[in-house]
Design a protein around this ligand. Structure first.
Ligand SMILES: *[C@@H]1O[C@H](CO)[C@@H](O)[C@H](O)[C@H]1NC(C)=O
Length: 171
């Protein structure tokens, strides 16, 4: 009886172990399957849009922005938002100053603006990122040349984006 129970327990453990191995294996495989699939997709698209020729070498959309990514490591989402808020405060106070009539009110506004401006200078990195976001946002998505160039750097950017989120989860 005792050995029968041991046998059942052992079988159960073996079953669990094998299920977990299969699951881990499947997860690993599905990740490389995705990359494989995307490689094939992009290859097919490049053939269809005829971008395999010499004239398309080096044409891309975001490679130059990708080079900048590593130098912006200290810029956080919070700092980026705060820089924008400071900028808008500056514009608000600027307009209030323009409309103000009393001398004392003007002096108060100037004090505040001076401090906002001083602090804003410390956010120059974030300001650069903001400008870059505007550049990225202004890419002409309907332009055929841009579209064909996008096929060249898509996989690189996609992989970096995927790695970025993977790091987040691990932390
Ligand atoms: C599309 O983009 C290319 C490269 O930026 C540019 O030379 C071309 O003039 C654009 N075409 C149109 C129709 O805007």
């Amino acid at each position: 009886m005792d050995s029968w129970l041991n046998m059942v327990l052992l079988c159960g453990l073996l079953l669990i172990a094998s299920l977990q191995t299969t699951k881990a294996f499947r997860l690993r495989r599905s990740k490389s399957d995705t990359i494989q699939m995307l490689n094939t997709n992009i290859h097919n698209l490049q053939t269809h849009y005829n971008t395999k020729g010499q004239e398309w070498i080096g044409k891309s959309v975001f490679v130059s922005h990708l080079d900048q990514l590593n130098s912006k490591a200290s810029c956080t989402c919070q700092a980026l938002l705060l820089e924008r808020m400071l900028k808008i405060y500056e514009d608000i106070f600027q307009d209030m100053l323009k409309k103000a009539e009393e001398k004392e009110i003007k002096a108060n506004l100037i004090d505040v603006m001076t401090e906002v401006n001083k602090l804003k200078h410390k956010y120059s990195e974030e300001h650069k990122v903001w400008r870059e976001l505007q550049d990225i946002n202004s890419v002409k998505v309907r332009n055929g040349t841009i579209q064909r160039g996008a096929l060249n750097d898509f996989l690189m950017v996609f992989n970096q984006a995927k790695t970025e989120k993977h790091h987040d989860k691990v932390q």
